[in-house]
Design a protein around this ligand. Structure first.
Ligand code: GDP
Ligand code: MG
Length: 317
């Protein structure tokens, strides 16, 4: 009896591959908390399917969850099997929003073709959970037709979501004028599709025109991101958006250069994480403080010492 031990990766993975949501949920919990066996589990992924990932990003309150809800409804009606990964900032002030997401998506909670999972962002600055890539790869192992990832578009997370998603939908609201200026650099770069949600507001059409102009100015290789107006709460504009997402996905044949570079980064970062896995930040902080007090702190020397320590640990262990 091994009720309390992590399941054999082989069993868990065959469960995931056969579409068993409980196996997938359990595996995600394991990876989310980096429980023992996580490395073995991830190393056993086959990643044979290249299930498309659609990123839905944008400022808090733009209507991303409502939009996801509407899109899921649309694709369910078309017979697809969908996974939704919602990443919410872990701030206690956002607990309401988190609960809101759960309740809003609650209609689908028991639907046999929808898998929904919320992740806390763990306060990582960019707003993404540190293991989001790994968790997405886990979901890719399951037989879904599409994976939707909802993230709050702040700071670094924009770049991360663009690396993760095959199609990035940037969601804005009509009155986000100043915000757009501020986020222009980040959000404009990564958008494959823009959505002006809350199209029931009077300024919506003006905003659509503004973003169209911006998208036109920033066109990449003559391709400019289309701009759609939606009213997510009324299911309005959803079909056109879903069609555009499908088109954007079909236009991406194989990996592009950006995705290859991001994959290289991913392997480097994972290797570094593995190497540093059991280095205590706290101990290092204490050591550095101690060195500072005794007047011989040199961060370059400290880094060189740490490297030596890691190397010797490797060869002796
Ligand atoms: N008027 C209007 N309100 C909307 C629309 N879409 C979403 N909302 C509301 O905006 C609020 C935030 O939506 P939510 O989906 O949680 O935003 P998120 O933080 O981006 O996920 C909720 O109260 C929604 O009901 C829309 O098209 N029109
Ligand atoms: Mg949300």
């Amino acid at each position: 009896m091994q009720h309390f031990l992590p399941q054999e990766p082989k069993n868990l993975l065959s469960g995931i591959r056969s579409g068993d949501f409980r196996s997938l949920a359990r595996a995600i919990t394991q990876v989310e908390n980096n429980l023992p066996g996580t490395g073995t589990l991830l190393a056993a992924l086959q990643n044979t399917t290249r299930t498309n990932v659609v990123g839905i990003t944008g400022p808090p309150g733009a209507g991303k969850s409502t939009l996801v809800n509407a899109l899921v409804g649309h694709w369910l009606a078309a017979g697809l099997q969908i996974a939704v990964l919602a990443v919410d900032p872990s701030s206690p002030f956002n607990l309401g929003a988190l609960l809101g997401d759960r309740i809003r998506l609650a209609g689908f909670y028991t639907h046999p073709r929808v898998f929904i999972r919320s992740l806390a962002s763990r306060g990582s600055l960019g707003g993404l959970h540190p293991a989001i890539m790994q968790i997405t790869d886990l979901i890719r192992e399951a037989p879904f037709d599409l994976i939707l990832v909802e993230t709050v578009g702040v700071g670094q997370s924009e770049i991360e979501i663009a690396g993760l998603a095959d199609c990035t939908v940037v969601t804005l609201v009509p009155e986000a004028g100043d915000e757009v200026q501020a986020m222009k650099a980040g959000l404009m770069e990564i958008a494959d599709i823009f959505v002006i949600n809350k199209g029931d507001r009077p300024e919506a059409d003006a905003m659509v025109r503004r973003i169209r102009t911006m998208a036109h100015e920033r066109a990449r290789d003559g391709v400019e991101a289309p701009v759609f107006k939606t009213i997510a709460t009324q299911n309005s504009g959803i079909e056109a958006l879903a069609t555009a997402i499908k088109k954007a996905l079909s236009g991406k044949t194989g990996r592009n250069e950006r995705q290859e570079l991001l994959r290289t980064d991913k392997v480097l970062r994972l290797a570094i994480d593995m190497l540093l896995q059991d280095i205590s930040r706290k101990d290092l902080t204490d050591d550095l403080r101690q060195a500072e007090i005794s007047g011989n702190l040199n961060v370059y020397q400290a880094a060189a010492d740490l490297k030596e320590k890691l190397l010797s640990r490797k060869s002796s262990g």
